[in-house]
Design a protein around this ligand. Structure first.
Ligand code: AMP
Ligand code: GLY
Length: 425
């Protein structure tokens, strides 16, 4: 039987990790990415079609006669790419636009959770200034203010400063007509990525990312400065609660929609000191950089899993995992997250480590080749160094060994990725 032709949508480190996973899949014949990045071009063919160009992506899938399209980012899903691909008879990993509202609208996600009894923080909808003071009084600080838009993690303000919370509320309803004030959940964050369709679901190893730019989880929020998996805070007992209280009711709900959900449900969790999980957010796609530490831990054929999900037969697939840990450290451009200096030459990124069961290499993100063929930075998060090893300590050490070899003027990375897991070892 001829192998699969797979088209991956997106151009971040997540998409490079997906492409590497597909390259390792015996079932895959050819890999394409749109628009891709320097890394995806090493394992497949890049096509200059933007993720916002839904028509262009459908035409590309048709021209390539793709057997499977894997959608990395959320925006095309919210904009109906999966609906159009399925209408054109192309298998798509990623939910239809109605399913994608779980990420596209935090209010919608909240209402779904409340209707199902899924544990999450309480929430008030603020539409005008007269409601603000009473609303602020009804939750203990810190306050959590969320805009109900796709904001790449930047539409959230968490603050114990009442004036700042007040201002965020005013700005929010000024911009969007309403804004959410949410109960603050305390504890330790973790994510469980669940590959889900109407037939069943598979939970991938739990991960933890580092959203803040600075050491010790300080400073502004970013897309993610590093991640590791498995996250020890998600003990077998915690995972069982996540499954019973969150994944099962969500699966029951999503499988019974007119068009069932087929893709990754990213469950963003806060786990309190008693091991009780609460949902911070749902995303409708793999996380970035969580994917870079999750997909390398899958030992069975990734393409078979994603295609089965796109076709509604996940329950037929046996998914196996390496008994290893993975850590990834993001190298960001000068100025990130406020701004990013781009077009600078990157050196040393071809380094790879392979020593017994320890491996480390680079996942490329905001990178491209200039006219002279130099690898240059083209985004905020430029690349990440990923280590995979039997233990988390060795994985972290290997990742830092790789990142220490990379040259990029003005770049920065955190030196404490996985510190919570390392404290527990
Ligand atoms: P989100 O875009 O919803 O993931 O929010 C971004 C970050 O804000 C999360 O990763 C959390 O660190 C924080 N956050 C969001 N909602 C809450 C909440 N209800 N309680 C505590 N922290 C939160
Ligand atoms: N790393 C967080 C996310 O992908 O949303």
């Amino acid at each position: 039987m001829p192998g699969l032709t797979v088209l991956v949508i997106g151009g971040g480190g997540r998409e490079h990790a997906i492409c590497i996973g597909l390259d390792d899949s015996a079932s895959v014949d050819s890999i394409h990415a749109a628009p891709g990045n320097a890394g995806t071009s090493l394992v497949g063919t890049n096509h200059p079609v933007a993720v916002s160009d839904v028509e262009g992506l459908i035409t590309l899938a048709d021209e390539l006669e793709a057997d499977l399209v894997v959608v990395g980012p959320e925006a095309p899903l919210v904009n109906g790419l999966a609906d159009s691909l399925r209408a054109a008879g192309v298998a798509c990993f990623g939910p239809h636009s109605d399913g994608a509202r779980l990420e596209g609208s935090k209010l919608h996600a909240k209402r779904v959770m409340q209707s199902l009894g899924v544990p999450t923080g309480g929430c008030l909808v603020i539409e005008d200034a007269s409601a603000i003071e009473t609303a602020l009084d009804s939750f203990e600080p810190p306050w959590v203010v969320k805009r109900d838009v796709l904001a790449a993690g930047k539409g959230v303000t968490v603050t114990s400063d009442r004036n700042e919370a007040h201002d965020a509320l005013v700005t929010g309803f000024g911009q969007d007509g309403f804004v959410l004030l949410e109960e603050h959940l305390s504890g330790e964050e973790a994510s469980v990525l669940v590959v889900m369709d109407e037939s069943g679901y598979v939970c991938l190893p739990a991960s933890q990312d580092h959203k803040r730019v600075g050491e010790g989880d300080t400073g502004p929020n970013t897309g993610g400065m590093g991640a590791y998996a498995p996250a020890p805070v998600v003990t077998p007992a915690v995972l069982q609660r996540v499954i019973d209280e969150i994944v099962e009711p969500m699966h029951h709900h999503l499988r019974n929609q007119d068009v069932p959900y087929r893709g990754c449900l990213y469950v963003g969790l806060m786990i309190d000191s008693g091991g009780k999980p609460g949902v911070i957010e749902f995303n409708v796609r793999f996380g970035d950089p969580e994917t870079q530490v999750t997909i390398p831990l899958i030992s069975s054929d990734l393409a078979e899993l994603l295609l089965a999900c796109a076709e509604g037969r996940v329950s037929d697939i046996e998914v196996e995992f390496h008994p290893h840990s993975a850590a990834t450290v993001v190298l960001a451009s000068e100025g990130y997250p406020a701004s990013s200096a781009t077009g600078r030459v990157i050196s040393g990124s071809e380094i790879e480590i392979e020593e017994g069961e320890i491996r480390a290499f680079v996942h490329y993100a905001g990178t491209s080749f200039d006219d002279a063929g130099n690898l240059v930075s083209s985004g905020g998060r430029v690349l990440s160094a990923t280590g995979i090893a039997p233990g988390i300590g060795e994985a972290v050490t290997a990742a830092y060994e790789v990142i220490g070899c990379i040259g990029l003027e003005g770049s920065h990375y955190r030196s404490d990725i996985a510190y919570r897991a390392l404290q527990r070892v």
